[in-house]
Design a protein around this ligand. Structure first.
Ligand SMILES: Cc1cc2nc3c(=O)[nH]c(=O)nc-3n(C[C@H](O)[C@H](O)[C@H](O)COP(=O)(O)OP(=O)(O)OC[C@H]3O[C@@H](n4cnc5c(N)ncnc54)[C@H](O)[C@@H]3O)c2cc1C
Length: 489
């Protein structure tokens, strides 16, 4: 992603970009679910959606369904879109909560267009007419990230990137400044450069092994430290959403692609053995397995500095938070955007680095808080892990956010955060954290008006979704099915 974006932006300038990758080392090989912002990344590079979807076996994603998080048996969807629309300035979740207290049985999810569409396995692009209910959502993709990397490699090479296959075995730094000067490959070849982007994965070849930046370990708040991943055959309807099911010592993902389903169990090794985690995963899979289970190890947290001297860490080398809300690829995109905005000259001003580090640090902290919310906004206490979260001291930033919500259903906006109020509302409401009071302005709206408004919204969403094409038909109809890929791609 980084090489492709830089190549596109600097095409036909004097900039020369070299990408070093090692097939011997390989990639982490997971990462299939994304956030809507990835569409803007592809668009900014002039990548056509149909070509991209065919090449990566992508499906559309309208949100994430969370099962068993508030209590065993609960289900809700975190949608890429709003719940209803405000009435006389009052956000819809307040109106719904008031009706609920008066006996309304319809769940909040049924007032969100993307949720109703997702659950009905239907999809279409958002209507450009913003007055229509069919415009009230965004969407992302579920795709094979190895194929995406391959696709972007070809794209990058077409835009002037020189790709070198080889293993870096030595990193030479300037004796005075500590700046990285050359990389030495196993073959003996050396590669010099002015700016180095460390995309070497968890190992942080330059940012950590050479520049000793240090890592902030966030396991205190997000203790899951392992995952086991496996692929299976598709079974049943092709769903336009990812599923996350809470387990006794972590959670399990299910990500449907065009040609297969990705499955994984993220767990905390203090609370469950690897064998037990693997068997919990395998027990919960619907289709026949198509790969052997793959074991992964990680420590949640972030580098102390993402940019140090002439090295910028992007991707897993910068840090990792568990994939509960599909945020890692998004962090890559944020890193690229910030780097392009603050692109340095060879003086490498400290102020640019500080600004970059500040922005990326906030991005990581905001996401950490949002992920942690899933574990603490719950009534579950049926295993050691859930009891651990009951007694946890929360980061101040999350504590104050929960207090503002409980007081009157308010979600103050964070700066440099990918998750906007509707995402927080989805998790709070979906996990039984109902506010103690509502927006005081609601008192001046006649109750009958609120009832009528909710009823109209509910039926217009239902009617409109009933007319929408189903997900698979839409993929095929737009020519995005990988089965139609010409040999040449
Ligand atoms: C369990 C799990 C689930 C995930 N799920 C999601 C998800 O659903 N959504 C999401 O957005 N993200 C997810 N991620 C994160 C996602 O997989 C990564 O962000 C993404 O794949 C990018 O990884 P990377 O390129 O930083 O590192 P890697 O994939 O590890 O790539 C590192 C690259 O550096 C090269 N390299 C390393 N050392 C050397 C060397 N010495 N010489 C030459 N080359 C070298 C390797 O060959 C490789 O090409 C998940 C991660 C994990 C662990």
């Amino acid at each position: 992603m980084t090489a492709a974006a830089l190549a596109y932006k600097f095409h036909r300038t004097k900039t020369s970009i070299t990408l070093v990758e090692s097939e011997q080392i390989g990639t982490v090989g997971v990462g299939e679910a994304t956030l809507p912002h990835i569409r803007f990344f592809n668009q900014a590079l002039g990548i056509d959606e149909v070509t991209f979807m065919r090449a990566t076996n992508a499906t559309f994603k309208l949100g994430i369904e969370f099962c068993d998080w508030g209590q065993i048996g609960d289900r809700y969807v975190h949608p890429f879109g709003d719940f209803g629309e405000p009435l006389q300035g009052v956000d819809f979740h307040h109106l719904w909560n008031q009706l609920r207290q008066l006996g309304l049985k319809t769940p909040l999810d049924e007032y969100s267009y993307p949720i109703v569409a997702a659950k009905s396995a239907r999809f279409h692009h958002p209507d450009p007419d913003l007055s229509k209910i069919e415009s009230t959502f965004g969407y992302a993709y579920q795709f094979d990230s190895s194929l995406y990397a391959k696709f972007l490699r070809t794209f990058a090479e077409k835009h002037g990137v020189t790709r070198i296959e080889g293993k870096i075995v030595e990193v030479d730094q300037n004796a005075e400044t500590g700046h990285v000067e050359t990389l030495r490959l196993e073959s003996g070849q050396t590669i010099g450069g002015e700016l180095f982007i460390d995309c070497s994965g968890f190992r942080g070849l330059l940012i950590e092994q050479s520049l000793k930046t240090g890592y902030q370990d966030w396991s205190e708040w997000l203790p899951c430290n392992r995952a086991v991943a496996v692929q299976s055959e598709n079974v049943g309807t092709l769903l336009p959403y990812t599923r996350s099911t809470a387990r006794t010592a972590g959670w399990q993902w299910r990500i449907p692609l065009q040609h297969r389903t990705g499955n994984g169990h993220v767990y905390c090794s203090h609370f469950i053995s690897d064998d037990e985690a693997r068997s919990q995963l395998l027990d919960g899979i619907e289709g026949a397995l198509t790969t052997d289970p793959k074991q992964l190890y990680f420590m949640t947290g972030r580098r102390n500095q993402f940019w140090k001297k002439n090295v910028v860490a992007i991707g897993l080398s910068a840090g990792f938070l568990e994939p509960l809300e599909s945020t890692s690829i998004h962090f890559i995109q944020e890193g690229i955007t910030a780097l392009l905005e603050l692109f340095p000259d060879t003086a490498f001003a400290t102020s640019d680095q500080e600004e970059y580090n500040e922005r990326m640090g906030l991005n990581f902290e905001r996401v950490r808080d949002f992920l942690l919310l899933h574990y603490v906004a719950t009534e579950r206490d049926d295993s050691e892990m859930w009891r651990h979260f009951r007694n946890l001291t929360l980061p101040e930033s999350l504590q104050s956010k929960i207090e503002a919500w409980m007081h009157r259903g308010l979600v103050p906006s964070y700066e440099f955060s990918v998750f906007l109020p509707p995402s927080w509302i989805a998790v709070f409401m979906g996990q039984r954290k109902l506010p103690l009071a509502g927006d005081p302005r609601m008192g001046r709206i006649p109750l009958d008006d609120i009832r009528q408004y909710a009823e109209n919204l509910h039926s217009s969403i239902r009617n409109s979704v009933d007319r929408a094409p189903d997900h698979l038909t839409f993929i095929q109809g737009t020519g995005s099915s990988s089965k139609t890929v010409p040999e040449s791609l």
